[in-house]
Design a protein around this ligand. Structure first.
Ligand code: FES
Length: 178
C-alpha cells in the first residue's frame, strides 16, 4: 500500500509500488487529464507536480513518492482561474489539446520559479512535445500569464467549463429506431 496526497485528498494505492504514477492517477483515481503520450519521459504529456516540482509521471514509481503532495491538472484550480489556464484560453493555445494538460503543468511550474520569463527562458524551460506546433502561441500565453500574475494585466474572464457531474454522466443506452 502506498500513501500520498493527490489534489489535497489523501489516497492509498493498493498497487505494485513500481506502478508508474501516471497509471495510478489515470486508472485508479480516474484523473484522466494527465495524458499518456510516449511513456518514456520524452513528450511531457504526463507532467504533474510532486511536492511542487514538475515531474513526468510516467517515470515516477508510486513507491518513490510515499507521503508526497501530488497536484494534477484537475487540481491546479477548480475554475480554470490559474493565470496559465486563463492565458492559454485567451491566446487559443490549444489545437488538438492532447498535450495541453502537461504543457499547463510545466508552464505553471516555470512561472512559479521564474515570474518574468523571457522567450528564451520559455523555449528552454518548456521541452514538451506538441505535434500541432503550438509553440509560438505557447510563448505568448506564458508571457501573458506572467503579466497577469504580476498584476500588470487583468485576467480574462474564464469561459464556462463542463460541470463535473455532467462529464461523469452515464450515457443512456441507444434505442433502435422503430
Ligand atoms: Fe511521460 Fe511522454 S508520457 S513523458
Amino acid at each position: 500500500m502506498t500513501k500520498f496526497t493527490v489534489n489535497n485528498q489523501p489516497v492509498e494505492y493498493r498497487m505494485d509500488p513500481a506502478t508508474p504514477l501516471l497509471f495510478a492517477l489515470r486508472d485508479a483515481s480516474n484523473l484522466t487529464g494527465t495524458k499518456y503520450g510516449c511513456g518514456t519521459g520524452h513528450c511531457g504529456a504526463c507532467i504533474v507536480h510532486v511536492d511542487g516540482s514538475p515531474k513526468k509521471s510516467c517515470l515516477v514509481p508510486i513507491g518513490s513518492i510515499e507521503g508526497s503532495l501530488v497536484t494534477t491538472i484537475e487540481g491546479l484550480s477548480h475554475d480554470r482561474s490559474h493565470p496559465i489556464q486563463a492565458a492559454f484560453l485567451a491566446e487559443n493555445v490549444s489545437q488538438c489539446g492532447f498535450c495541453i494538460p502537461g504543457m499547463v503543468m510545466a508552464a505553471a511550474a516555470l512561472l512559479k520559479a521564474n515570474p518574468h520569463p523571457s522567450e528564451d527562458d520559455i523555449r528552454s524551460g518548456i521541452t514538451n512535445i506538441c505535434r500541432c506546433g503550438i509553440y509560438p502561441r505557447l510563448v505568448d500565453a506564458i508571457q501573458r500569464a506572467g503579466r497577469i500574475q504580476r498584476g500588470e494585466e487583468t485576467a480574462p474572464t474564464p469561459r464556462p467549463g463542463i460541470d463535473p457531474s455532467d462529464a461523469a454522466r452515464v450515457v443512456p443506452a441507444l434505442t433502435p429506431a422503430p
